[in-house]
Design a binder for this molecule. Structure first.
Ligand code: ATP
Length: 254
């Protein structure tokens, strides 16, 4: 493990003529929780997707635990990864989306067991044991034989977190994990995330949950217009924003 879990340097991403990321820099150290806040359309989700190589960047570099995303070194040269190799690299990063993408026809346990854990011919009993332990961890051991449709949105999102953890990720990316939930279900998902943070998981969390950022975040990034406008300890950025754009946004959401 390096002393930087994520290093993003001057990341640019466009969709056709639309330039969404205009030079984003970020360093996240192992065990840190980095929260990202910003108006709709500012490029937060796109940036997370770039870290996980779900989007290919147009310029800049992103390293995850020292590995350059999308490339590998061979014979002293950098080679672009083939699609099959990219998916292996992507397995080191767990991602949880706004909408939980569970298989509706599979039980909760099967959903977690199905996650690619990167170990070929792994003993099925071991996979099952680990999946059960993860379901216990997110408080859903008793629901293992249920189908996703039988669970609440909050419970389904907790299964999605267990599924991402089953890949043994080095870091977890959360893209507005609670914004599709009814308000009374938000807390149970945030509690699971807080528990992960306490256990030292490195996390980048795009969220509008200011309380979570303040309580759990080591750093807060305010993004607007495809750039990082302001960055610092969450309590400082929220309590005393230095930039006018941050202040204007916070005055609308606080
Ligand atoms: N695959 C795509 N093709 C074209 N445009 C895209 C694509 N993905 C994102 N965009 C555009 O990029 C811009 C930034 O989107 P993004 O989802 O990253 O913003 P965001 O800050 O996460 O917003 P929100 O909080 O609403 O999710 C938007 O204008 C969006 O329409």
């Amino acid at each position: 493990m390096t002393d930087e879990m994520i290093r993003a340097e001057n990341v640019h991403k466009s969709f056709g003529a639309l330039e969404v990321l205009k030079g984003v820099d970020l360093v996240v150290r192992p065990g840190e929780v980095c929260t990202i806040l910003g108006p709709s359309g500012s490029g937060k989700s796109t940036f997370l997707r770039c870290i996980n190589h779900l989007e290919k960047i147009n310029a800049g570099r992103i390293f995850v635990d020292g590995d350059l995303i999308g490339y590998r070194e061979r014979g002293g040269k950098l080679h672009e990864l083939r699609d099959s190799e990219v998916s292996a690299q992507r397995r080191s990063v767990g991602m949880v989306f706004q909408r939980f993408n569970l298989f509706p026809h599979m039980t909760v346990l099967a959903n977690v067991m199905e996650a690619p854990c990167g170990v070929k011919k792994e003993d099925k009993a071991e996979v099952r044991e680990r999946a059960l332990a993860l379901l216990d961890r997110v408080g859903l051991g008793a629901k293992r034989d249920n189908y996703p449709g039988q669970l609440s949105g909050g419970q389904q999102q907790r299964v999605a977190i267990a599924r991402a953890l089953a890949m043994r990720p080095k870091l977890m990316l959360f893209d507005e994990p609670t914004s599709a939930l009814d308000p009374e279900l938000v807390g149970e998902v945030l509690d699971v995330m807080k528990d992960l943070a306490r256990d030292g998981m490195t996390m980048v969390v795009v969220t509008h949950e200011i309380g979570f950022a303040r309580e759990v975040g080591d750093s807060l990034i305010f993004m607007d217009g495809g750039v990082v406008v302001e960055q610092g300890p969450p309590r400082e950025v929220i309590g005393n924003p230095q930039q006018e754009r941050t202040r204007a946004f916070l005055s609308k959401v606080l």
